[in-house]
Design a protein around this ligand. Sequence first.
Ligand code: PBG
Length: 326
Amino acid sequence: MFPTDRPRRLRTDGLRSLVSETRLEPTDLIAPVFVDATTDERVPIESMPGHERVPVSEATERVHEVTETGVETVILFGVPESKDARGSRAYADDGVVQRATRRITDETDATVITDVCLCEYTDHGHCGVLEADAETDPTTTVRNDETLDLLARTAVSHAEAGADVVAPSSMTDGMVTAIREGLDDAGHTDVALLSYAAKYESSFYGPFRDAADGAPAFGDRRHYQMDPANAREARREVRLDDQAGADLLMVKPALPYLDIVAETRRQTDRPVAAYNVSGEYAMLHAAAEKGWLDLEATAHESLLSIKRAGADLIVTYFAERVAENL
Ligand code: PBG
């Protein structure tokens, strides 16, 4: 007895690439860039080896480094010069992301996505306006409806600065509708909206919160971000944002949530993005540093898996490194 149907026939050097079902391209990848109003020099981010916060004066150069690898899109995060209760530097015309966006869109061909959230700009580190008793009552944190207006103002100010895509990440109910209306009323009908539609309250965001200085001063984000236990609820979040007209829909994090990526791919005809978050990046680096994993190979395999699960686009701190080796 011997098997007549032999899958191994297709695994020769010649046939393997012919039958390969998934291919990563540099243009699938989106590189996060941190611009920092508090520094004149690049500052390395300790928990994210190879990443730095850059001053606005170096934003263009930083983006050129990205585009040289073939990656065409960046997502900007800002570290403001000051913070207050309502995150006013998030929607200031001369805010750090607005200034960086102006430069980058004037001086490069890169596609610019801006993260729209308040947590890096509020002195309490939450993603919106706080309830009066938020600090003492752990069952309440952010005022949903009062936050919508500030998110819309932030998105409009990014659009005025030249952003191609705005990406709300605050998990505020109604954020897509509020931002779309704000953009359209201000004449920015061509600015696209990438919604962080299914964003989980994840422990994998730790290194990012160091990088962008956005950790909550008290409490956590479980009243607005999703419970990691829930999958059906992600369908609901995705449906709401799809119906509200989000142009692209994102799942975050990526690797521990590949079931959600796959389900979102089945659910919508819109492009699906996944965010390979800071903790997913940091853990491969830490293991590689110990000599336990090969960084190049595991980074590539991670991104390939995310694409295979159904993501068209991947936001990843590995963007440049992986693109260079494709
Ligand atoms: C802002 C935001 C966060 C991330 C992206 N946008 C932090 C958070 O929600 O706590 C995390 C990204 C990462 O970990 O790489 N709300």
